[in-house]
Design a protein around this ligand. Structure first.
Ligand code: FES
Length: 300
């Protein structure tokens, strides 16, 4: 019997022997982790420096307020590797949970990952129940404890067939990642204006390159954060592009004239102080001081 047959038989029998409550929990967690991997694999910006959803920007934003800040700052230096590791881990944990391959290890991996996300991105979310990461950590822990409770002693399966099955899950995770790259979703909106010349430190864009009603994405030269510059009839203004919910990088959607967060759908109104129009946050985007100096828009 080859490893795929072995996996499918083991998966079918495991689903049969579980209670409805266990099946629901297992399906929800497994499918959510596979979907989380797919969202990253199919996002052309996730591993592309400078894109609104770039993993390095997310890590840098998380580092500003997370208790894991120094660790995350180190991760920014190796952002591509961190992103690939996270994406493959999500696929592997999700498929292993759905297919019952090393399920205890997969549940522990899910618990560790959700706890890491909670400490990284939503540690300061208030009230705490708006942070889904903490809820996922508890769901994984409950599933893990249930499986451990059914055993006399927790053990790790290191027999040859177990190693082959685990290797097959790794191969499925890699294939799923390539499949995501083959079916990319539309890239997040970027600047409507294009800079025609590179300025000195603190110079953002030539005023002539930013039409009234236009926007321009830039990285603040001293704070190192992504930001979005706007020009209206009355002048120029800018906001931090770090979502006030869990720190994802937001982008301006020209169609709706809103700043949108790709992670959980927060929407902000750039024409009114970036106040919140919807989504899981009540805090407007931070303001970034800019002004016109000669021919340039500069950081103030
Ligand atoms: S990070 Fe959750 S809505 Fe932006």
């Amino acid at each position: 019997m080859n490893s795929l047959q072995s996996i499918s038989r083991g998966a079918v029998s495991s689903w049969r022997t579980q209670s409805n409550g266990q099946r629901l929990l297992r399906f929800f967690l497994g499918a959510t982790w596979v979907y989380a991997g797919w969202v990253k694999a199919s996002d052309p910006g996730f591993l592309t420096a400078g894109a609104p959803t770039y993993i390095g920007s997310q890590l840098g934003a998380f580092a500003q307020s997370s208790p894991l800040g120094p660790f995350l700052n180190h991760g920014v230096e190796h952002a591509i590797l961190v992103g690939i590791f996270v994406m493959l881990s999500e696929f592997a944990i999700g498929f292993a949970t759905l297919l019952n391959v090393a399920p205890t290890s997969a549940a522990f991996g899910g618990f560790a990952m959700a706890t890491g996300l909670w400490l990284s991105s939503s540690f300061h979310t208030s009230p705490y129940f708006l942070a889904s990461d903490s809820a996922y950590a508890i769901l994984w822990l409950a599933y893990l404890l249930h499986m451990i409770g059914k055993r006399k002693m927790p053990s790790v399966n290191i027999e040859r067939r177990g190693v082959i099955r685990t290797g097959a899950i790794g191969a499925i995770a890699v294939l799923a990642s390539f499949a995501g790259r083959a079916f990319p979703k539309a890239a997040a909106a970027s600047s409507s204006a294009k800079s025609t010349s590179k300025g000195a430190k603190g110079q953002i864009i030539k005023l002539a390159d930013l039409p009234i009603g236009g926007s321009f994405n830039f990285i603040h030269s001293t704070q190192g954060i992504p930001a979005i510059l706007f020009r209206s009839k009355v002048g120029v203004f800018a906001y931090s592009a770090i979502c006030t919910h869990q720190g994802c990088t937001v982008s301006y959607d020209k169609g709706s004239k809103q700043i949108i967060c790709p992670c959980h759908g927060a929407a902000y109104d750039p024409a009114h102080g970036a106040k919140v129009l919807g989504g899981p946050t009540n805090t407007p985007l931070g303001s970034v001081k800019v002004k016109v100096s000669g021919a340039w828009v500069v950081e103030a």
